[in-house]
Design a protein around this ligand. Structure first.
Ligand SMILES: Cc1cc2nc3c(=O)[nH]c(=O)nc-3n(C[C@H](O)[C@H](O)[C@H](O)COP(=O)(O)OP(=O)(O)OC[C@H]3O[C@@H](n4cnc5c(N)ncnc54)[C@H](O)[C@@H]3O)c2cc1C
Length: 535
Protein backbone atom coordinates (compact mmCIF):
# COMPACT_ATOMS: atom_id res chain seq x y z
CA UNK A 1 0.00 0.00 0.00
CA UNK A 2 1.46 3.36 -0.95
CA UNK A 3 0.54 6.97 -0.32
CA UNK A 4 2.06 10.30 -1.18
CA UNK A 5 1.90 13.10 1.33
CA UNK A 6 2.48 16.65 0.24
CA UNK A 7 3.16 19.36 2.79
CA UNK A 8 4.67 17.33 5.61
CA UNK A 9 6.58 19.79 7.78
CA UNK A 10 9.68 19.58 9.94
CA UNK A 11 10.64 22.46 12.18
CA UNK A 12 14.13 23.82 12.37
CA UNK A 13 16.30 21.36 14.28
CA UNK A 14 14.05 18.34 13.68
CA UNK A 15 15.68 15.42 11.87
CA UNK A 16 14.24 13.58 8.85
CA UNK A 17 13.88 10.42 10.93
CA UNK A 18 10.75 12.11 12.31
CA UNK A 19 9.07 11.96 8.91
CA UNK A 20 8.07 8.37 9.54
CA UNK A 21 6.29 9.27 12.76
CA UNK A 22 4.56 12.25 11.16
CA UNK A 23 3.46 10.17 8.19
CA UNK A 24 2.12 7.43 10.47
CA UNK A 25 0.08 9.93 12.42
CA UNK A 26 -1.41 11.45 9.26
CA UNK A 27 -2.27 8.06 7.83
CA UNK A 28 -3.69 6.84 11.13
CA UNK A 29 -1.37 3.84 11.49
CA UNK A 30 1.30 2.70 13.94
CA UNK A 31 4.83 3.95 13.23
CA UNK A 32 5.96 0.36 12.62
CA UNK A 33 3.37 0.00 9.85
CA UNK A 34 5.27 2.58 7.78
CA UNK A 35 7.78 0.41 5.96
CA UNK A 36 9.50 3.10 3.95
CA UNK A 37 9.41 6.86 3.54
CA UNK A 38 10.98 8.25 0.40
CA UNK A 39 11.60 11.98 0.14
CA UNK A 40 10.46 13.10 -3.33
CA UNK A 41 10.88 16.82 -2.77
CA UNK A 42 12.32 18.96 0.00
CA UNK A 43 12.00 22.72 0.16
CA UNK A 44 12.59 25.38 2.74
CA UNK A 45 9.84 27.82 3.70
CA UNK A 46 11.55 30.97 5.00
CA UNK A 47 9.19 33.90 5.19
CA UNK A 48 11.08 36.12 7.67
CA UNK A 49 7.93 36.58 9.79
CA UNK A 50 8.01 33.07 11.24
CA UNK A 51 10.64 30.40 11.94
CA UNK A 52 11.97 28.77 8.78
CA UNK A 53 10.72 25.22 8.28
CA UNK A 54 11.25 22.38 5.86
CA UNK A 55 8.35 21.18 3.71
CA UNK A 56 8.30 17.69 2.20
CA UNK A 57 6.61 15.69 -0.50
CA UNK A 58 7.11 12.05 0.46
CA UNK A 59 5.91 8.67 -0.64
CA UNK A 60 5.16 6.13 2.07
CA UNK A 61 4.95 2.38 1.74
CA UNK A 62 2.77 0.74 4.38
CA UNK A 63 2.67 -2.88 5.45
CA UNK A 64 -0.16 -4.73 3.70
CA UNK A 65 -1.90 -5.77 6.87
CA UNK A 66 -2.55 -2.29 8.30
CA UNK A 67 -5.78 -0.31 7.87
CA UNK A 68 -5.04 3.38 7.39
CA UNK A 69 -7.60 5.99 8.35
CA UNK A 70 -6.49 9.25 6.85
CA UNK A 71 -6.68 12.50 8.76
CA UNK A 72 -8.10 14.97 6.31
CA UNK A 73 -8.00 17.92 8.68
CA UNK A 74 -4.40 19.09 8.56
CA UNK A 75 -4.12 22.43 6.77
CA UNK A 76 -1.60 22.57 3.94
CA UNK A 77 -1.25 18.78 3.75
CA UNK A 78 -2.66 16.57 1.02
CA UNK A 79 -2.57 12.81 1.05
CA UNK A 80 -3.00 10.89 -2.18
CA UNK A 81 -3.78 7.22 -2.41
CA UNK A 82 -2.12 4.62 -4.55
CA UNK A 83 -3.60 5.36 -7.97
CA UNK A 84 -2.17 8.89 -8.02
CA UNK A 85 1.29 8.20 -6.73
CA UNK A 86 3.72 10.21 -8.87
CA UNK A 87 6.55 7.75 -9.32
CA UNK A 88 9.89 9.60 -9.23
CA UNK A 89 10.37 10.72 -12.79
CA UNK A 90 13.40 8.79 -13.93
CA UNK A 91 12.27 8.01 -17.47
CA UNK A 92 15.44 7.25 -19.41
CA UNK A 93 15.93 7.75 -23.14
CA UNK A 94 15.66 4.49 -25.04
CA UNK A 95 18.65 2.18 -24.70
CA UNK A 96 17.67 0.00 -27.69
CA UNK A 97 20.64 -0.82 -29.90
CA UNK A 98 20.57 0.64 -33.41
CA UNK A 99 22.61 -0.44 -36.43
CA UNK A 100 26.03 1.17 -36.78
CA UNK A 101 26.79 3.41 -39.73
CA UNK A 102 29.75 3.76 -42.01
CA UNK A 103 31.07 6.76 -40.02
CA UNK A 104 30.82 7.39 -36.29
CA UNK A 105 28.65 10.29 -35.13
CA UNK A 106 30.76 13.21 -33.95
CA UNK A 107 29.85 15.31 -30.92
CA UNK A 108 31.56 18.68 -30.59
CA UNK A 109 31.98 19.93 -27.03
CA UNK A 110 32.08 18.12 -23.69
CA UNK A 111 29.74 20.43 -21.75
CA UNK A 112 26.46 19.07 -20.39
CA UNK A 113 24.85 19.11 -23.86
CA UNK A 114 27.71 17.24 -25.54
CA UNK A 115 28.17 14.74 -22.69
CA UNK A 116 24.49 13.82 -22.55
CA UNK A 117 24.19 13.70 -26.34
CA UNK A 118 27.18 11.32 -26.41
CA UNK A 119 25.71 9.22 -23.59
CA UNK A 120 22.35 8.97 -25.37
CA UNK A 121 24.02 7.85 -28.60
CA UNK A 122 26.49 5.51 -26.90
CA UNK A 123 23.69 3.78 -24.94
CA UNK A 124 22.13 2.96 -28.33
CA UNK A 125 25.34 1.25 -29.44
CA UNK A 126 26.73 4.20 -31.44
CA UNK A 127 30.51 4.51 -31.05
CA UNK A 128 30.67 8.28 -30.65
CA UNK A 129 33.72 10.46 -31.22
CA UNK A 130 33.59 13.37 -28.76
CA UNK A 131 35.85 16.30 -29.66
CA UNK A 132 36.74 18.84 -26.98
CA UNK A 133 39.14 21.72 -27.63
CA UNK A 134 40.03 22.19 -23.94
CA UNK A 135 41.80 19.88 -21.53
CA UNK A 136 40.67 17.13 -19.14
CA UNK A 137 39.61 18.18 -15.63
CA UNK A 138 42.94 17.68 -13.78
CA UNK A 139 45.01 19.67 -16.31
CA UNK A 140 42.25 22.23 -16.74
CA UNK A 141 42.09 22.74 -13.00
CA UNK A 142 45.77 23.68 -12.83
CA UNK A 143 45.36 26.02 -15.85
CA UNK A 144 42.39 27.77 -14.26
CA UNK A 145 44.20 28.02 -10.92
CA UNK A 146 47.16 29.68 -12.66
CA UNK A 147 44.74 32.18 -14.18
CA UNK A 148 43.07 32.93 -10.86
CA UNK A 149 46.40 33.11 -9.00
CA UNK A 150 48.38 35.24 -11.42
CA UNK A 151 46.27 36.10 -14.43
CA UNK A 152 47.96 33.55 -16.72
CA UNK A 153 45.24 33.23 -19.38
CA UNK A 154 45.33 30.26 -21.78
CA UNK A 155 43.02 30.72 -24.80
CA UNK A 156 42.21 27.00 -25.07
CA UNK A 157 41.89 26.10 -21.38
CA UNK A 158 39.80 28.23 -19.08
CA UNK A 159 36.49 28.49 -17.22
CA UNK A 160 34.51 27.94 -20.43
CA UNK A 161 36.65 25.46 -22.38
CA UNK A 162 37.56 21.97 -21.28
CA UNK A 163 36.05 18.82 -19.82
CA UNK A 164 32.55 19.43 -18.48
CA UNK A 165 32.25 22.72 -20.35
CA UNK A 166 31.24 25.99 -18.72
CA UNK A 167 29.54 24.36 -15.74
CA UNK A 168 32.62 22.66 -14.32
CA UNK A 169 33.60 25.75 -12.36
CA UNK A 170 30.16 26.67 -11.12
CA UNK A 171 27.76 26.36 -8.25
CA UNK A 172 26.32 23.37 -10.06
CA UNK A 173 22.76 24.57 -9.58
CA UNK A 174 20.44 22.10 -11.25
CA UNK A 175 17.26 24.12 -11.30
CA UNK A 176 15.47 24.36 -14.60
CA UNK A 177 12.09 25.62 -15.72
CA UNK A 178 12.07 23.17 -18.61
CA UNK A 179 9.42 20.45 -18.30
CA UNK A 180 10.98 17.31 -19.71
CA UNK A 181 10.47 13.62 -18.90
CA UNK A 182 14.24 13.04 -18.76
CA UNK A 183 15.02 15.63 -16.08
CA UNK A 184 14.98 13.04 -13.30
CA UNK A 185 17.17 10.72 -15.34
CA UNK A 186 19.78 13.44 -15.90
CA UNK A 187 20.02 13.93 -12.14
CA UNK A 188 20.01 10.17 -11.55
CA UNK A 189 23.00 9.78 -13.91
CA UNK A 190 24.77 12.56 -12.02
CA UNK A 191 24.14 10.73 -8.73
CA UNK A 192 25.53 7.52 -10.22
CA UNK A 193 28.58 9.52 -11.27
CA UNK A 194 29.13 10.86 -7.75
CA UNK A 195 26.73 13.77 -7.24
CA UNK A 196 25.08 14.05 -3.82
CA UNK A 197 21.83 12.07 -3.42
CA UNK A 198 20.07 15.23 -2.20
CA UNK A 199 19.85 16.55 -5.76
CA UNK A 200 17.05 14.07 -6.45
CA UNK A 201 14.77 15.69 -3.86
CA UNK A 202 15.87 19.25 -3.17
CA UNK A 203 13.66 21.95 -4.65
CA UNK A 204 16.84 23.94 -5.36
CA UNK A 205 19.32 21.17 -6.10
CA UNK A 206 23.00 21.93 -6.49
CA UNK A 207 26.19 19.89 -6.76
CA UNK A 208 28.97 22.39 -6.14
CA UNK A 209 32.06 22.73 -8.29
CA UNK A 210 34.09 20.35 -6.09
CA UNK A 211 31.68 17.43 -6.61
CA UNK A 212 30.85 18.35 -10.22
CA UNK A 213 34.46 17.93 -11.33
CA UNK A 214 34.41 14.32 -10.18
CA UNK A 215 31.01 13.76 -11.82
CA UNK A 216 32.23 14.78 -15.28
CA UNK A 217 35.39 12.67 -15.01
CA UNK A 218 33.31 9.64 -14.00
CA UNK A 219 30.90 10.31 -16.84
CA UNK A 220 33.83 10.19 -19.23
CA UNK A 221 34.64 6.74 -17.78
CA UNK A 222 31.07 5.60 -18.44
CA UNK A 223 31.29 6.87 -22.03
CA UNK A 224 34.55 4.99 -22.58
CA UNK A 225 32.92 1.77 -21.30
CA UNK A 226 30.17 2.30 -23.87
CA UNK A 227 32.71 2.59 -26.69
CA UNK A 228 32.91 6.34 -26.94
CA UNK A 229 36.23 8.01 -27.74
CA UNK A 230 36.88 11.37 -26.06
CA UNK A 231 39.65 13.55 -27.48
CA UNK A 232 40.89 16.63 -25.65
CA UNK A 233 42.89 19.39 -27.30
CA UNK A 234 40.75 18.69 -30.38
CA UNK A 235 39.43 22.00 -31.69
CA UNK A 236 37.06 21.77 -34.63
CA UNK A 237 38.66 24.31 -36.94
CA UNK A 238 36.54 23.73 -40.03
CA UNK A 239 33.44 21.98 -41.27
CA UNK A 240 33.29 19.94 -44.44
CA UNK A 241 30.00 20.83 -46.10
CA UNK A 242 28.86 20.00 -49.61
CA UNK A 243 25.45 20.57 -51.20
CA UNK A 244 23.99 21.68 -47.87
CA UNK A 245 25.07 18.46 -46.14
CA UNK A 246 27.66 17.86 -43.45
CA UNK A 247 30.48 15.59 -44.61
CA UNK A 248 32.88 15.92 -41.72
CA UNK A 249 35.12 18.16 -39.66
CA UNK A 250 38.70 19.35 -39.62
CA UNK A 251 40.43 19.13 -36.26
CA UNK A 252 43.22 21.55 -35.29
CA UNK A 253 43.51 22.62 -38.95
CA UNK A 254 45.26 19.29 -39.59
CA UNK A 255 43.07 16.21 -39.52
CA UNK A 256 39.91 15.50 -41.53
CA UNK A 257 37.29 13.28 -39.92
CA UNK A 258 34.34 12.07 -41.97
CA UNK A 259 30.83 11.87 -40.55
CA UNK A 260 27.27 12.37 -41.69
CA UNK A 261 25.92 13.10 -38.22
CA UNK A 262 27.27 15.82 -35.96
CA UNK A 263 25.97 17.16 -32.67
CA UNK A 264 27.25 20.70 -32.25
CA UNK A 265 27.35 21.54 -28.53
CA UNK A 266 30.02 24.20 -28.50
CA UNK A 267 28.63 26.49 -25.79
CA UNK A 268 28.25 30.25 -26.08
CA UNK A 269 31.87 31.33 -25.65
CA UNK A 270 33.56 29.97 -28.76
CA UNK A 271 33.37 33.11 -30.90
CA UNK A 272 35.73 31.58 -33.47
CA UNK A 273 33.37 28.62 -33.88
CA UNK A 274 30.41 30.93 -34.51
CA UNK A 275 32.52 32.72 -37.14
CA UNK A 276 33.42 29.39 -38.69
CA UNK A 277 29.74 28.44 -38.89
CA UNK A 278 28.89 31.77 -40.49
CA UNK A 279 31.72 31.28 -43.00
CA UNK A 280 30.40 27.83 -43.94
CA UNK A 281 26.89 29.14 -44.56
CA UNK A 282 25.27 27.68 -41.45
CA UNK A 283 22.10 29.68 -40.73
CA UNK A 284 22.49 31.92 -37.66
CA UNK A 285 20.42 34.70 -36.12
CA UNK A 286 21.06 37.26 -33.39
CA UNK A 287 19.31 36.54 -30.12
CA UNK A 288 18.39 38.58 -27.02
CA UNK A 289 20.67 38.09 -24.01
CA UNK A 290 21.58 40.06 -20.86
CA UNK A 291 24.56 41.92 -19.40
CA UNK A 292 25.32 43.54 -16.07
CA UNK A 293 27.49 43.11 -12.99
CA UNK A 294 28.10 40.65 -10.14
CA UNK A 295 27.07 41.78 -6.71
CA UNK A 296 28.70 40.31 -3.64
CA UNK A 297 27.52 40.55 -0.01
CA UNK A 298 28.70 38.94 3.18
CA UNK A 299 26.70 35.69 3.34
CA UNK A 300 25.92 36.42 6.95
CA UNK A 301 24.10 39.60 5.89
CA UNK A 302 21.99 37.72 3.32
CA UNK A 303 21.20 35.10 5.98
CA UNK A 304 20.04 37.84 8.35
CA UNK A 305 17.82 39.40 5.70
CA UNK A 306 16.28 36.10 4.65
CA UNK A 307 16.08 34.22 7.95
CA UNK A 308 15.70 37.14 10.40
CA UNK A 309 16.55 36.14 13.95
CA UNK A 310 16.96 32.51 12.95
CA UNK A 311 20.04 33.36 10.86
CA UNK A 312 23.06 31.35 11.92
CA UNK A 313 21.02 28.33 13.02
CA UNK A 314 23.13 25.25 12.17
CA UNK A 315 20.12 23.56 10.59
CA UNK A 316 19.79 26.26 7.94
CA UNK A 317 21.64 26.30 4.61
CA UNK A 318 23.31 29.48 3.36
CA UNK A 319 20.37 31.65 2.30
CA UNK A 320 19.53 32.29 -1.34
CA UNK A 321 17.59 35.01 -3.10
CA UNK A 322 16.08 35.60 -6.52
CA UNK A 323 15.04 39.15 -7.36
CA UNK A 324 13.45 40.79 -10.36
CA UNK A 325 12.49 44.36 -11.15
CA UNK A 326 10.47 45.54 -14.11
CA UNK A 327 11.67 49.01 -15.04
CA UNK A 328 8.62 50.08 -17.02
CA UNK A 329 9.77 53.57 -18.11
CA UNK A 330 12.91 52.04 -19.63
CA UNK A 331 11.14 48.94 -20.89
CA UNK A 332 13.79 46.75 -19.24
CA UNK A 333 13.94 43.87 -16.83
CA UNK A 334 16.61 43.73 -14.14
CA UNK A 335 17.09 40.39 -12.44
CA UNK A 336 19.44 38.45 -10.25
CA UNK A 337 20.85 35.39 -11.95
CA UNK A 338 23.00 32.41 -11.00
CA UNK A 339 23.12 33.23 -7.29
CA UNK A 340 25.95 31.45 -5.47
CA UNK A 341 25.47 31.32 -1.69
CA UNK A 342 28.68 30.78 0.26
CA UNK A 343 30.54 31.01 -3.02
CA UNK A 344 33.03 33.24 -4.75
CA UNK A 345 33.12 35.50 -7.76
CA UNK A 346 35.52 34.16 -10.35
CA UNK A 347 37.39 35.53 -13.31
CA UNK A 348 35.71 33.84 -16.28
CA UNK A 349 37.51 35.39 -19.22
CA UNK A 350 36.83 33.57 -22.42
CA UNK A 351 39.24 35.50 -24.62
CA UNK A 352 42.55 37.23 -24.23
CA UNK A 353 42.24 40.87 -23.12
CA UNK A 354 38.70 40.60 -21.74
CA UNK A 355 37.37 40.47 -18.18
CA UNK A 356 34.21 38.49 -17.47
CA UNK A 357 32.68 37.74 -14.07
CA UNK A 358 30.73 34.69 -12.93
CA UNK A 359 30.24 32.75 -9.71
CA UNK A 360 30.86 29.32 -8.22
CA UNK A 361 30.47 27.50 -4.89
CA UNK A 362 31.54 24.26 -3.32
CA UNK A 363 28.89 21.72 -2.36
CA UNK A 364 28.94 22.91 1.26
CA UNK A 365 28.44 26.55 0.26
CA UNK A 366 30.35 27.49 3.35
CA UNK A 367 32.35 30.50 2.11
CA UNK A 368 31.90 33.92 3.76
CA UNK A 369 30.30 35.62 0.73
CA UNK A 370 27.11 35.41 -1.33
CA UNK A 371 27.16 36.56 -4.95
CA UNK A 372 24.82 36.86 -7.85
CA UNK A 373 24.78 38.32 -11.31
CA UNK A 374 22.45 41.30 -11.66
CA UNK A 375 21.70 41.76 -15.33
CA UNK A 376 19.58 43.74 -17.76
CA UNK A 377 17.99 42.33 -20.90
CA UNK A 378 19.62 43.31 -24.19
CA UNK A 379 17.41 43.06 -27.26
CA UNK A 380 18.47 42.45 -30.84
CA UNK A 381 17.42 46.06 -31.55
CA UNK A 382 20.10 47.26 -29.07
CA UNK A 383 22.81 45.79 -31.29
CA UNK A 384 22.29 48.32 -34.05
CA UNK A 385 22.23 45.82 -36.91
CA UNK A 386 25.50 44.15 -37.75
CA UNK A 387 24.19 40.70 -38.64
CA UNK A 388 23.87 37.48 -36.68
CA UNK A 389 27.18 37.88 -34.85
CA UNK A 390 26.60 41.46 -33.67
CA UNK A 391 26.07 40.29 -30.08
CA UNK A 392 29.59 38.85 -29.97
CA UNK A 393 31.13 42.22 -30.80
CA UNK A 394 28.77 43.93 -28.36
CA UNK A 395 29.80 41.86 -25.36
CA UNK A 396 33.44 41.87 -26.41
CA UNK A 397 33.69 45.68 -26.29
CA UNK A 398 32.50 45.78 -22.64
CA UNK A 399 34.78 42.92 -21.66
CA UNK A 400 37.76 44.79 -23.17
CA UNK A 401 36.81 47.97 -21.34
CA UNK A 402 36.61 46.05 -18.07
CA UNK A 403 40.04 44.53 -18.78
CA UNK A 404 41.57 47.96 -19.25
CA UNK A 405 39.81 49.38 -16.19
CA UNK A 406 41.14 46.47 -14.14
CA UNK A 407 44.68 47.43 -15.13
CA UNK A 408 45.26 44.91 -17.92
CA UNK A 409 46.09 42.02 -15.58
CA UNK A 410 42.69 40.26 -15.54
CA UNK A 411 41.91 41.95 -12.22
CA UNK A 412 38.28 43.07 -12.38
CA UNK A 413 36.97 46.59 -11.95
CA UNK A 414 34.91 46.85 -8.76
CA UNK A 415 33.00 49.43 -6.76
CA UNK A 416 30.92 49.58 -3.61
CA UNK A 417 27.24 49.22 -4.50
CA UNK A 418 26.39 52.43 -2.63
CA UNK A 419 29.11 54.35 -4.51
CA UNK A 420 27.82 53.05 -7.85
CA UNK A 421 24.31 54.24 -6.99
CA UNK A 422 25.57 57.63 -5.79
CA UNK A 423 27.82 58.09 -8.84
CA UNK A 424 30.84 58.33 -6.51
CA UNK A 425 34.18 56.78 -7.27
CA UNK A 426 37.60 56.66 -5.68
CA UNK A 427 36.80 55.03 -2.33
CA UNK A 428 38.34 51.59 -1.76
CA UNK A 429 36.16 48.52 -2.16
CA UNK A 430 35.57 46.32 0.86
CA UNK A 431 36.33 42.60 1.22
CA UNK A 432 35.70 40.67 -1.96
CA UNK A 433 36.32 37.10 -3.06
CA UNK A 434 37.12 37.75 -6.73
CA UNK A 435 39.99 35.83 -8.25
CA UNK A 436 42.44 37.13 -9.53
CA UNK A 437 41.78 40.38 -7.63
CA UNK A 438 39.93 43.68 -8.12
CA UNK A 439 40.69 47.31 -8.76
CA UNK A 440 38.38 50.18 -7.86
CA UNK A 441 36.73 51.80 -10.90
CA UNK A 442 33.61 53.75 -11.89
CA UNK A 443 31.52 50.88 -13.20
CA UNK A 444 28.99 53.12 -14.88
CA UNK A 445 31.60 53.85 -17.53
CA UNK A 446 31.97 50.16 -18.31
CA UNK A 447 28.46 49.29 -19.44
CA UNK A 448 26.00 50.75 -21.95
CA UNK A 449 24.08 53.73 -20.46
CA UNK A 450 20.71 51.93 -20.75
CA UNK A 451 22.10 49.06 -18.68
CA UNK A 452 23.50 51.42 -16.04
CA UNK A 453 20.20 53.32 -15.80
CA UNK A 454 18.19 50.12 -15.47
CA UNK A 455 20.60 48.66 -12.90
CA UNK A 456 20.34 51.76 -10.71
CA UNK A 457 16.55 51.57 -10.67
CA UNK A 458 16.66 47.81 -10.31
CA UNK A 459 18.80 47.97 -7.17
CA UNK A 460 16.35 50.45 -5.64
CA UNK A 461 13.54 47.99 -6.31
CA UNK A 462 15.63 45.12 -4.91
CA UNK A 463 16.09 47.14 -1.71
CA UNK A 464 12.34 47.56 -1.46
CA UNK A 465 11.81 43.83 -1.85
CA UNK A 466 14.75 42.78 0.33
CA UNK A 467 15.53 45.59 2.81
CA UNK A 468 19.22 45.69 3.60
CA UNK A 469 20.29 44.54 0.13
CA UNK A 470 21.68 47.95 -0.78
CA UNK A 471 24.51 48.48 1.65
CA UNK A 472 28.09 49.72 1.73
CA UNK A 473 29.06 46.14 2.54
CA UNK A 474 28.06 45.03 -0.97
CA UNK A 475 30.60 45.11 -3.80
CA UNK A 476 29.86 45.25 -7.50
CA UNK A 477 32.32 43.52 -9.83
CA UNK A 478 32.25 43.80 -13.59
CA UNK A 479 31.37 42.80 -16.17
CA UNK A 480 28.86 39.98 -16.44
CA UNK A 481 28.39 39.40 -20.15
CA UNK A 482 28.03 35.63 -20.63
CA UNK A 483 24.71 34.76 -19.06
CA UNK A 484 23.36 33.36 -22.32
CA UNK A 485 24.22 33.17 -25.98
CA UNK A 486 23.76 36.25 -28.18
CA UNK A 487 23.50 33.98 -31.24
CA UNK A 488 21.04 31.27 -32.29
CA UNK A 489 22.04 28.46 -34.61
CA UNK A 490 18.78 27.97 -36.43
CA UNK A 491 17.35 24.48 -36.43
CA UNK A 492 14.15 22.96 -37.74
CA UNK A 493 11.52 20.73 -36.15
CA UNK A 494 13.72 17.73 -36.91
CA UNK A 495 16.55 19.24 -34.85
CA UNK A 496 18.84 19.76 -37.85
CA UNK A 497 20.35 23.05 -38.87
CA UNK A 498 17.92 24.65 -41.31
CA UNK A 499 20.82 25.19 -43.72
CA UNK A 500 23.01 22.14 -43.19
CA UNK A 501 21.65 18.59 -43.09
CA UNK A 502 23.32 16.27 -40.60
CA UNK A 503 24.26 19.11 -38.25
CA UNK A 504 22.34 19.05 -34.94
CA UNK A 505 23.04 22.26 -32.98
CA UNK A 506 22.13 22.07 -29.30
CA UNK A 507 22.78 23.39 -25.83
CA UNK A 508 23.45 26.90 -24.70
CA UNK A 509 25.57 27.86 -27.70
CA UNK A 510 22.79 26.98 -30.11
CA UNK A 511 20.52 29.38 -28.24
CA UNK A 512 17.92 26.80 -27.23
CA UNK A 513 19.01 26.11 -23.67
CA UNK A 514 20.61 27.83 -20.71
CA UNK A 515 22.00 26.15 -17.63
CA UNK A 516 23.38 22.73 -16.90
CA UNK A 517 20.20 20.67 -16.86
CA UNK A 518 18.43 22.31 -19.78
CA UNK A 519 21.60 22.00 -21.88
CA UNK A 520 21.92 18.32 -20.96
CA UNK A 521 18.26 17.79 -21.93
CA UNK A 522 18.80 19.58 -25.21
CA UNK A 523 21.80 17.32 -25.89
CA UNK A 524 19.62 14.26 -25.33
CA UNK A 525 17.01 15.71 -27.69
CA UNK A 526 19.63 16.36 -30.37
CA UNK A 527 20.89 12.79 -30.14
CA UNK A 528 17.38 11.35 -30.33
CA UNK A 529 16.56 13.49 -33.35
CA UNK A 530 19.74 12.38 -35.06
CA UNK A 531 18.77 8.75 -34.52
CA UNK A 532 15.24 9.50 -35.72
CA UNK A 533 16.62 11.10 -38.89
CA UNK A 534 18.63 7.94 -39.55
CA UNK A 535 15.47 5.87 -39.15
C1 LIG B 1 31.28 30.11 -13.96
C2 LIG B 1 29.95 29.58 -14.43
C3 LIG B 1 29.01 29.17 -13.50
C4 LIG B 1 27.80 28.63 -13.91
N1 LIG B 1 26.92 28.18 -12.97
C5 LIG B 1 25.82 27.50 -13.35
C6 LIG B 1 24.99 26.87 -12.39
O1 LIG B 1 25.23 26.90 -11.18
N2 LIG B 1 23.89 26.21 -12.86
C7 LIG B 1 23.58 26.15 -14.18
O2 LIG B 1 22.57 25.52 -14.53
N3 LIG B 1 24.36 26.73 -15.10
C8 LIG B 1 25.47 27.39 -14.72
N4 LIG B 1 26.28 27.96 -15.66
C9 LIG B 1 25.88 27.87 -17.08
C10 LIG B 1 26.17 26.46 -17.59
O3 LIG B 1 27.47 26.11 -17.28
C11 LIG B 1 25.93 26.41 -19.09
O4 LIG B 1 24.59 26.76 -19.33
C12 LIG B 1 26.18 25.01 -19.64
O5 LIG B 1 27.47 24.57 -19.32
C13 LIG B 1 26.00 25.01 -21.15
O6 LIG B 1 26.23 23.72 -21.60
P1 LIG B 1 26.66 23.39 -23.09
O7 LIG B 1 27.02 21.96 -23.11
O8 LIG B 1 25.64 23.88 -24.02
O9 LIG B 1 27.96 24.28 -23.37
P2 LIG B 1 29.31 24.42 -22.57
O10 LIG B 1 29.18 23.91 -21.19
O11 LIG B 1 29.76 25.81 -22.74
O12 LIG B 1 30.32 23.45 -23.31
C14 LIG B 1 30.78 23.69 -24.61
C15 LIG B 1 32.08 22.95 -24.83
O13 LIG B 1 32.37 22.98 -26.22
C16 LIG B 1 33.77 23.14 -26.39
N5 LIG B 1 34.02 23.72 -27.72
C17 LIG B 1 33.66 24.96 -28.15
N6 LIG B 1 34.05 25.14 -29.44
C18 LIG B 1 34.66 23.99 -29.81
C19 LIG B 1 35.30 23.58 -30.99
N7 LIG B 1 35.38 24.39 -32.07
N8 LIG B 1 35.86 22.36 -31.05
C20 LIG B 1 35.81 21.53 -29.95
N9 LIG B 1 35.23 21.88 -28.79
C21 LIG B 1 34.65 23.09 -28.72
C22 LIG B 1 34.16 24.07 -25.26
O14 LIG B 1 35.54 23.94 -24.96
C23 LIG B 1 33.26 23.61 -24.12
O15 LIG B 1 33.89 22.67 -23.28
C24 LIG B 1 27.50 28.53 -15.29
C25 LIG B 1 28.44 28.96 -16.23
C26 LIG B 1 29.64 29.48 -15.83
C27 LIG B 1 30.64 29.94 -16.84
Amino acid sequence: MEFTINGLVLSLGEGEELLRQRAASLLGVEREAVREVQVLRRSIDARRSRPPRFVYLVSCRLSDDCSPSLRGDVPGVTVTGEPDIPAPRRTAPSGGIVPRREHRPVVIGSGPAGLFAALTLARRGMPVLLLERGRAVPERLSDVRAFWDRGAFLPESHVHFGEGGAGTFSDGKLTTRVKNPYTGWVKQVMVEMGAPLDILADAHPHIGTDRLRAVVVNLRGRLAELGCEVRFGARVSDLLVRGGKILGVVVNAAEEIRTDGMVLACGQSADDTYRLLAGRGVALAPKPFAVGLRVEHPQELIDRIQYGRWAGHPGLPAAIYALTAKIAPLNRMVYSFCMCPGGRVIGSSAEEGGVVTNGMSDFLRDGPYANSAVVVNVGVEDLGGGGPLAGLAFRRQWEERAFRAGGGTYAAPAQRLTDFLAGRSGSPVGGCSFLPGVREAALEELLPPFVVAALKQGFAEFERKMPGFVTGEATLIGVETRTSSPVRILRGEDGQSVSTAGLFPCGEGAGYAGGIVSSALDGIRAAERMLAAWG
